[in-house]
Every structure is written in structure tokens, then in C-alpha cells.
Design a protein around this ligand. Structure first.
Ligand SMILES: Cc1cc2nc3c(=O)[nH]c(=O)nc-3n(C[C@H](O)[C@H](O)[C@H](O)COP(=O)(O)O)c2cc1C
Length: 231
């Protein structure tokens, strides 16, 4: 995972750092939808340079690439955006003055059993459902979608988001898909653009898997970025 963190750096102002000491000290007991994190042997800090206007989506995209790589290795992770001690994380991850730790994940093997206390605290089933694609998509009607766009949108729909708020929307055009912030409402401690960056990674991985390549163009709020399909 250390190698993955150092090698998967798709944007110059977003990075991931594996921290192997004192991981437990950054988590705050019950943290929400995933219950309790304890005895985490290591954690990964997702770090952004705050001078970059697109830092949130870049960190979301980069972090989700790292999370999927860990998952492919059989490791368990959990994005933690709110319930962590940011100052301790920043000092352990050795960030510069311009940088901030926007989120972290523990990395390890999760215990299978979950206590009733944890199930009650986390509202287990509600916090894992996803909104139907029809509520997220605008633009071209489905029968006019470019080839294999449906697979990419479905992968993006399944992305995780802070408090499971799924803030993304997708505008389908002839030459690509624009990701935008669809929902109003509070940010909590995590930018909705960071969630959208996670969905961007899912969208592109599914596109690549079906043989479709493209490039991202970042856009101002409330749009996030357009995936321009290479013809
Ligand atoms: C950026 C981000 C921050 C998150 N922060 C927390 C957190 O602080 N505590 C927590 O329990 N879960 C956190 N989560 C996990 C989400 O609550 C979870 O992904 C969502 O409820 C969907 O559940 P699922 O991924 O199991 O389907 C976070 C997820 C993301 C993407």
C-alpha cells in the first residue's frame, strides 16, 4: 500500500500518505455509519494543497483509487471525513503549511461481528442504500447515450459518500459526461466536491474497463468536471 500511495498520484496537488505509527490515536470512538474503529494498525491520510481550486475533487478521486487498490488486495478500509483528529493526522502525515488532511482511512482486517450497540448507532441499512439512476441523470435521453455510458453511470452511482448523501448528478452529452453537485444542504465537515471526485474515479474505471478512454476537464461550481470521451 505504501508503494500504491507513492505511485498513484494523478494530480500534482493531491497525495496519499501511509502512516504506520499511532494509528489508533486519530480515530474518535464510534464514528458513524461504520461503527467503531479500534486497533487499526495503519492509516492512510488523503492530503490536498489548498491553493488548488479543484483540490477537493482531486483528493476524492485519488483517495478512491487507493481505497479500491486496498480492497483488491483483500484489505478493509473506510473513508473517514469528519470523526478524526485532524491535527494529530496532519502531524503524523507530515503535511506542509499549504496542505490539509481532508480525510483518512484505517487499513486492516475488519472484525466480522458487529454489536447491537453499533447497529443502532449507525442505522445500518439506511446508510448503505443508493439513489436510483433516473434521479441523478439529465441531458440526452437514455436511447441516445453514447456507447457504454450506462455502465459508467452505474459505477458512479454506487460510489460511497460522506453520510451517504450522494450529492452527484450526471449530465450526459454526445461527447461525454459532466459531473455536477446536485443537492443543496449542509457540507458537514466534508466537501461535496470530494464525494464527486470519488464518483469520477468510479465512472472512469468503469469506462476504461469497457474500452472507453477519456480526459477530465475541471469546471467551476456547481459543475465539477467533464469526462470527455476520446473518439
Ligand atoms: C468522504 C467520505 C467521508 C466519510 N466519513 C465517514 C465518517 O466520518 N464516519 C463514518 O462512519 N463513515 C464515513 N464515511 C462512510 C459513509 O458513511 C458510507 O460510505 C456511506 O454511508 C455509504 O455506505 P457504503 O459505502 O457502505 O455503501 C465517509 C465516506 C466518504 C466517502
Amino acid at each position: 500500500m505504501d508503494r500504491v500511495c507513492n505511485q498513484f498520484v494523478p494530480f500534482p496537488h493531491a497525495r496519499s500518505r501511509l502512516v504506520t505509527e499511532a494509528a489508533d490515536s486519530v480515530f474518535k470512538g464510534i464514528i458513524g455509519s461504520y461503527g467503531r474503529i479500534k486497533n487499526a494498525p495503519v492509516f492512510i491520510a488523503f492530503i490536498g494543497d489548498m491553493d488548488d481550486p479543484f483540490v477537493q475533487e482531486e483528493v476524492g478521486y485519488t483517495g478512491e483509487g487507493i481505497i479500491l487498490a486496498a480492497t483488491a488486495l483483500g484489505l478493509n478500509t473506510c473513508w473517514v471525513g469528519g470523526f478524526f483528529r485532524a491535527e494529530i493526522a496532519a502531524s503524523l502525515a507530515e503535511v506542509s503549511d499549504k496542505e490539509r488532511v481532508l480525510a483518512i482511512t484505517p487499513v486492516g482486517y475488519a472484525q466480522e461481528s458487529e454489536s447491537w450497540e453499533e447497529r443502532l448507532m449507525t442505522g445500518f441499512s439506511r446508510s448503505h442504500k443508493r439513489v436510483a439512476l433516473s434521479k441523478l441523470v439529465r441531458g440526452l435521453p437514455r436511447d441516445k447515450w453514447p456507447n457504454r455510458v450506462g455502465v459508467s453511470l452505474e459505477a458512479a452511482r454506487l460510489a460511497p459518500s460522506a453520510a451517504n448523501r450522494q450529492p452527484w448528478g450526471f449530465d450526459v452529452q454526445d461527447d461525454g459526461i459532466t459531473v455536477f453537485v446536485r443537492t443543496l444542504g449542509p457540507q458537514f465537515n466534508v466537501s461535496k466536491r470530494l464525494d464527486c471526485g470519488i464518483a469520477m474515479l468510479h465512472l472512469e474505471v468503469a469506462a476504461l474497463d469497457s474500452g472507453c478512454k477519456g480526459e477530465w476537464e475541471f469546471l467551476p461550481s456547481p459543475q465539477v468536471a467533464k469526462f470527455r470521451i476520446r473518439s
